[in-house]
Design a protein around this ligand. Sequence first.
Ligand code: SAM
Length: 244
Amino acid sequence: MGIDTFIKSLKELNIELSEGQIEKFDEYFHILVEGNEVMNLTTITDYDEVLLKHYIDSLAVNKAIEEVDNWNLNKKIKVIDIGTGAGFPGIPLKIVYDNLEVVLLDSLNKKVKFLDEVIKKLELLNITAIHGRAEDFAKDPSYRETFDLCVSRAVSNLATLSEYCLPYVKVGGAFISYKSGEIEEELKASEKAIKMLGGNILKVEKMTLPGSTIERSFVVIEKVKNTIGIYPRKSGLPAKEPLK
Ligand code: SAM
């Protein structure tokens, strides 16, 4: 890939990077690789692969939602990334869209400490990393139904993930799940759960990541009704017994 192809590929996603943003992506790569020596952050450490499979992949969501005003990434909206791990997709989104107010959530404290370091070193503002389970923070009134957009990549199946994510989204907002491969069955299996949680599948946007042959699907779920108070169920249950 290389940095020039990276910049060109992002243009296909309607993203123009400034020098400062390019530097931040570079620094993030170095912090990621260093951090990976002391903890398990990612299996992708090759520079070109990080550009494609972490950065471009995280940012490709723009193409799935740019025409929707409520969740337009160029607006000053509130975004939460559930199960962010080493910061994907939340950190790349924040580097490009500085206007976003971002919360990164993960249940592993050492990853959250790593994210605190990334935030500090990249001098990112209006972004916080919090440690806890999605099921628990969703009960907290300062988080519940306060976000315009919830994103999540590689965390769980869609039914479980909807129970983690939809409670964070306010009515009129959206939850977007990053998926790959055949998703028809998973979609079908989660339809009822999504409805029960106040969501509605608006569309599935399939694309090939620019500069590659990698396929990515974005399941775009709009929040049409408040999530009733019993959801999410107690910690662990959404994964053990997905709603159906
Ligand atoms: N989203 C990142 C990415 O795409 O590179 C990380 C994916 S990693 C496979 C899944 C992450 O989800 C892990 O960091 C894990 O700690 C977190 N996770 C799993 N279940 C969770 C839950 N119930 N609440 C919060 N985080 C959770």
